[in-house]
Design a protein around this ligand. Structure first.
Ligand code: FAD
Length: 286
């Protein structure tokens, strides 16, 4: 049975949790309640996203610092090439290394509207970080193809460049079409990418917001997902339950397909991520 095969797989699942820097005192409280709730699940690392302007960047640094100083978690800052010279990036990387940071999520970053064509890509950041210190580096991957890519094959070759430059794993953009993830994983393997392609799981509580994210990032929303959330616009409680159910179904299939590492886009909320981890057999103190 499904439950049996899941319990056989349990025990060697690794999870990581992604947060974003809060912009108000209320959101800060929400974030820290979530970090405290998820901490006992012993994630491999927790990551904090990086914005496009210096105010947001300072908030990323302060969340990272506080995670490092006040918890037992490994803090992994996201870092991007946007608006920073190689020298500045090297300085920041050195600062991180000297303050004990060993894990980094390395990205090109989203370009501000009207930017000229980029000349540096995430593989350049991976090389730069490798030249500074022996970081554990995660990069981004796109099962449904990055919006700027000329085609899927080119995008795959660019992912391989990041791995060849020294990235340790790839974390995927969120997706709901599990088949597209599985096909992508096969294509990565066929292209000689040996690093883990860690599925990025987005537990949905606000479907309208998810639809907006998906439209911006070239992620398909299957019709079954629309049907799941139909009529729940004013019913957040039921939406939570449906969202948990959707994500639990997804991770069960992925787990049966041999996936052992999961990354969660928590949106700074703990409830659904906690429940999904529980289902995977991820328990406090284990
Ligand atoms: P790249 O790997 O550089 O790819 C960008 C595009 O350029 C792709 O279309 C690729 O095919 C193409 N390309 C790559 N290399 C080359 C090359 N050498 N020559 C020509 N074309 C090339 N954004 C933020 O601003 N802050 C965050 O904290 C953040 N966190 C993220 C976390 C995850 C797990 C993911 C999946 C995304 C995150 N993003 C974040 C979004 C990300 O910055 C954007 O998707 C960005 O547009 C691309 O970043 P990348 O690292 O994938 O870039």
């Amino acid at each position: 049975s499904l439950n049996q095969s899941l319990s056989e797989l349990n025990g060697d699942i690794n999870v990581s949790f992604e947060f974003f820097p809060p912009s108000t005192p209320e959101m800060e409280t929400l974030l820290w309640n979530s970090i405290r709730r998820l901490e006992p699940l012993n994630p491999k690392f927790v990551s904090v996203t990086y914005g496009a302007n210096s105010g947001v960047r300072d908030r990323t640094h302060s969340v990272i610092e506080r995670i490092q100083n006040e918890t037992n978690l490994l803090a992994a800052p996201h870092l991007t090439l946007v608006d920073a010279s190689d020298e500045e990036l090297k300085e920041l990387a050195k600062h991180y290394w000297n303050s004990g940071i060993r894990d980094i999520v390395a990205l090109r970053g989203d370009l501000p509207d009207g930017s000229p064509k980029p000349t540096r890509f995430a593989n350049d950041l991976v090389s730069l970080l490798r030249s500074v210190a022996d970081f554990d580096i995660s990069v981004a991957a796109y099962p449904e193809v990055h919006p700027d890519a000329s085609n899927a094959q080119a995008d795959l070759i660019h992912l391989k460049k990041k791995i060849d430059a020294g990235a340790n794993r790839a974390i995927t953009q969120f997706f709901f079409d599990v088949e597209s993830y599985l096909r992508f994983r096969d294509r990565c393997a066929a292209a000689g990418i040996e690093a883990e392609i860690v599925p990025g799981i987005l537990p949905v509580t606000n479907f309208n917001q998810t639809k907006r994210f998906a439209a911006m990032t070239n992620v398909s929303i299957p019709s079954w997902l629309h049907r799941q959330f139909e009529g729940l616009e004013d019913d957040p409680t039921t939406r939570q339950m449906v969202g948990a159910n959707v994500a639990i179904d997804m991770v069960k299939v992925l787990s049966r397909e041999g996936v052992k590492d999961f990354h969660f886009y928590t949106l700074n909320r703990a409830e659904l991520t906690y429940a999904i981890c529980h289902t995977l057999g991820v328990r406090p103190g284990k």
